[in-house]
Design a protein around this ligand. Structure first.
Ligand SMILES: [Fe+2]
Length: 180
């Protein structure tokens, strides 16, 4: 289940209801899928062939279509990152810049872990959302954020898009952002 860390205060928020309430106030969508639906052999697999990616999409077909119908997503795919990903360090360096998009960024984690760092309301500042399998998040359009991996450096996620062009990153220069 997702956990929140507020960077200014080091406060942590856990438990589904608390996390959902906090994220709702920050206008970040949070939902949960049952990661146990995935065949056991895919729970810890981070190098995926096309067939395995399709298997993940088929497993969560109902959840994906429900989310898409509610929120207008038209296409979806699978992203898998691990130390086996070519140029992972370079890729992460690129990811770890605060940016915005013209459409929301939605990710459903199906294996592994990841963090979204999001600029919250002025009273909260930047906060981390630590995600694990089953967590579904949508960072609203125009909300400054970035994504990175956690220490295990492994993740598989479903990405959903309205238009793939909407996902282009626009750098957001922010002097108030402290890396930590
Ligand atoms: Fe992004």
């Amino acid at each position: 289940m997702a956990e929140i860390r507020i960077r200014n205060t080091e406060e942590r928020i856990s438990g589904e209801a608390n996390v959902r309430e906090f994220l709702e106030k920050q206008e970040v969508l949070y939902e949960h899928w049952n990661p146990g639906k995935l065949p056991a052999e895919l729970h810890q697999k981070f190098i995926l062939n096309d067939e395995e990616k399709q298997q993940i999409l088929s497993t969560f077909d109902e959840e994906i279509k429900d989310l898409a119908a509610r929120r207008g997503y038209l296409t979806w795919d699978i992203i898998a990152l691990s130390d086996a990903t070519p140029n992972l360090d370079e890729l992460l360096k690129k990811f770890e810049q605060v940016h915005t998009h013209t459409e929301d960024e939605v990710r459903a984690i199906t294996a592994g872990r990841g963090i979204f760092i999001i600029k919250g309301t002025d009273d909260v500042g930047y906060f981390d959302v630590e995600l694990e399998a089953g967590d579904v998040i949508s960072v609203p359009e125009h909300k400054p954020h970035f994504f990175t991996l956690m220490d295990n450096r492994q993740i598989v996620a479903v990405r959903l898009f309205i238009e793939t062009e909407g996902w282009i990153a626009h750098p957001f220069a922010d002097a108030s952002f402290q890396k930590a």
